[in-house]
Design a protein around this ligand. Structure first.
Ligand code: SF4
Ligand code: SF4
Length: 347
């Protein structure tokens, strides 16, 4: 079963039954004037088609603070690695965030497998929902080919009236939905295509334009490595790191040890870190390799649309718009920077 349709009410009832059985279901909910992920008690709480959540779903796979191991140092060294996961359904995930998670899946499974991330990932079920209107003025997912998920979901829902059109992305997704799924008809597929045509036109009209071609971004950034734009923007950066914290594809972390005073026992944890923070490149001798704020801003942008783009053949900016919204001085949004570089470069 690749695709199917389900009656909306039946799907919501199914999820409510799972919640009743004690399953942890997390979804975006309204909190004051923002959206945030929260464990829900009923599907009535879900904020469908709301703005992007302040913190992306990466927090459930790669928490802001995570204990990695505990150890004892006696005659021999004993190490207990903490690799834990618990079943969670993440429901109502926007396509851009599914794509962001799929990129993290690649990064954390490359070479040295990150068993902490991968164990959590194994237990998480992702049910995405298609955005049919732009979720916020800051988002530009259409420009980043992120209005639909490429991979990384278990189920993906599109509202086609009384029913959801459901793309099934995994066995986990299939088994969750099989009891209520019906075969798609040609009329369902026709409705889906029409909805997506209308959506594409709307997003193209409403979302800010990316002036360079998407595939030319690595070249644009390479050729503008020494542009004055970096220091001009950097001069207004507070080095607060908010842009890193809210980004669904930023995955850098710092590792700290806490030793008891007797130096016999300790724990090791990791914490989110961010390349815009002053100490990010500080080494033991005290030297900071990327001291200038402009250089740090350049590094972040280059990671998204040059270094990682070339390596993984996909932009590491999904166009979710979170960093542009979070940045108090409005200097960090990759689309704005790239348009400015492009305009000056073409003159
Ligand atoms: S760089 Fe900004 S717009 Fe792009 S994915 Fe990260 S937070 Fe979203
Ligand atoms: S670019 Fe903006 S959000 Fe990022 S560290 Fe600087 S001031 Fe903070």
């Amino acid at each position: 079963m690749k695709n199917c349709v389900v009656a909306k009410r039946e799907l919501l009832d199914l999820i409510d039954r799972r919640i009743g059985e004690g399953k942890e279901v997390v979804a975006p909910v309204k909190q004051e004037n923002q959206a945030n992920f929260k464990r829900i008690k009923s599907t009535r709480e879900i904020l469908w088609e709301g703005p992007q959540t302040v913190i992306p779903p990466k927090a459930f796979l790669f928490p802001q603070e995570e204990e990695l191991m505990e150890y004892e140092v006696n005659d021999e060294i004993k190490v207990k690695v903490k690799v834990e996961g618990k079943p969670i359904i993440l429901l109502g995930i926007h396509p851009c965030d599914i794509n962001g998670t799929a990129l993290l899946d690649k990064v954390f499974a490359e070479n040295n497998l990150d068993e902490h991330y991968l164990k959590k990932r194994e237990f998480v079920t992702i049910i995405g929902s298609e955005c049919l209107v732009p979720c916020s003025p800051e988002s530009y997912c259409y420009r980043k080919e992120s209005v639909l998920p490429l991979e990384g979901f278990d189920l993906f829902l599109t509202d086609i009236g009384d029913n959801f059109f459901v793309e099934v992305g995994s066995k986990k997704g299939k088994s969750l939905i099989s009891e209520i799924a019906r075969k798609t008809t040609p009329s369902d597929t026709k409705k889906l295509k029409k909805i997506r045509r209308v959506r594409d036109n709307l997003f193209d009209e409403e979302q800010r334009k990316l002036k360079p071609k998407l595939e030319d971004l690595p070249k644009l950034l390479r050729e503008n490595y020494d542009s004055p734009v970096w220091d001009e923007h950097g001069a207004r950066c507070f080095s607060c790191g908010s842009c890193n914290m809210v980004c669904p594809t930023c995955y850098c972390f710092d590792v700290r040890d806490y030793m008891e005073l007797n130096l016999k026992r300790g724990t090791r944890s990791r914490f989110w870190d961010g390349c815009l923070l002053t100490d990010f490149t500080k080494v033991a001798s005290g030297e900071i390799f990327r001291e200038g704020r402009g250089a740090r801003l350049r590094h972040r942008t280059n990671r998204k649309d040059w270094y990682l783009f070339e390596k993984w053949e996909r932009s590491f900016c999904t166009g979710c718009g979170r960093c542009g919204k979070a940045c108090l001085t409005k200097i960090v949004d990759p689309l704005d920077i790239e348009n400015e570089l492009y305009d000056r470069w073409k003159k």
